[in-house]
Design a binder for this molecule. Structure first.
Ligand SMILES: NC(=O)c1ccc[n+]([C@@H]2O[C@H](COP(=O)([O-])OP(=O)(O)OC[C@H]3O[C@@H](n4cnc5c(N)ncnc54)[C@H](OP(=O)(O)O)[C@@H]3O)[C@@H](O)[C@H]2O)c1
Length: 297
């Protein structure tokens, strides 16, 4: 099989595969699907065996960090490792605290679980304002952890409107941003982040599998809205032999500002299909232009 294409993750200078791996699907119950240790070990090794070299996780993703540490820390030089900060170790669901103390505690806990000396990227999990980053010393502490070598780059999981200010701050290496054919509000700001030298890590790139099954739960845009957008644009007419998921992933990969998209899956067949689609790369230019026209109207 051909190699997965790579792009530079902005000013970090790392060459990352355009298909990355979102490890939220390893979180397990009660907030995600159950996953056994054997399944986690298999999917994580399959990710690395395919050549995928970017993994995104978080303190907030249940057992995800622990499973990565347990099963692939022996292959640590094969992947760029991104986690989050601001989350609270053993905290309430959704709880985030932006004090210096909590940032340090979270990163040190991630390093322990992930069995590594250094995170390649730590991303603020919440899309804060400049004032919120700074008022209790969170950003300053993240930068201190960088100076100490515990993290290589600091980034943000950013969304509009604060993402514009975050880009202008000029201190972050990369931004994680939601985007897909069915969720295009961040289209322009992804381009802006890339033009200003930032890496862009796209999440939600296959709309959580919704086009393959409109009954799937989606937390940012309801499935019915996604389905409406798909049907109004008559995207089934554009597939030309592709599955809906191949179309979705290749549409996302067509964004010139994208460095990588961290598609999550715990299903080895879905992983294989996503790898094959990523190797094919962006959609043909004419098809993409037509799809964008239809979605815009
Ligand atoms: N605020 C934040 O920072 C934030 C929020 C959410 C997510 N994230 C990160 O972004 C990553 C991805 O985001 P996401 O989970 O929102 O969106 P996503 O990658 O678009 O969707 C993942 C979902 O799509 C399904 N899927 C993947 N490939 C498929 C295929 N070929 N056919 C059918 N279904 C498929 C997966 O289910 P199966 O397991 O059944 O394949 C999974 O439930 C997460 O893992 C996490 O690392 C960050």
């Amino acid at each position: 099989m051909a190699d997965l294409p790579k792009r530079v993750l902005g000013k970090t200078g790392f060459e990352v595969t355009t298909l990355g791996f979102g490890a939220m699907e390893l979180r397990g119950g009660p907030h995600g699907p159950e996953i056994t240790d054997e399944e986690a070990e298999r999917v994580l090794n399959a990710v690395l065996d395919s050549g995928i070299n970017f993994i995104d996780t978080s303190i907030d993703y249940g057992r995800s960090e622990e499973l990565i540490g347990r099963f692939i820390s022996n292959r640590r030089d094969e992947y760029f490792l991104a986690s989050k900060c601001g989350c609270v170790v053993d905290g309430q669901r959704g709880e985030h605290i932006h004090t210096a103390e909590n940032i340090r505690r979270g990163v040190e806990n991630s390093l322990r679980l992930l069995k590594t000396d250094q995170l390649d990227l730590v991303q603020f999990h919440r899309s804060l304002t400049k004032q919120e980053f700074e008022e209790e010393g969170a950003l300053q502490e993240a930068m201190k952890l960088k100076d100490e070598g515990k993290v290589r780059f600091v980034g943000v999981s950013g969304t509009l409107p604060n993402l514009v200010e975050q880009i202008e701050m000029g201190v972050f290496g990369a931004f994680q941003i939601p985007y897909s054919a069915l969720q295009r509000e961040h289209d322009d700001v992804i381009a802006k982040a890339a033009e200003t030298g930032h890496g862009t890590i796209i999440r939600g790139g296959v709309a959580r599998g919704a086009p393959a099954d409109w009954n799937r739960f989606y937390y940012m845009v309801p499935s019915e809205t996604m389905k409406d957008r798909w049907e109004v644009a008559k995207l089934d007419e554009m597939l030309d032999g592709m599955t809906r998921m191949e179309f979705m992933l290749r549409f996302t990969l067509s964004h010139p500002g994208l460095s990588t998209t961290i598609v999550g899956t715990k299903n080895p067949d879905h992983l294989r299909a996503n790898i094959e689609a990523a190797i094919k790369g962006p959609l043909p230019a004419e098809l993409l232009a037509d799809a964008r026209r239809r979605l815009a109207s």
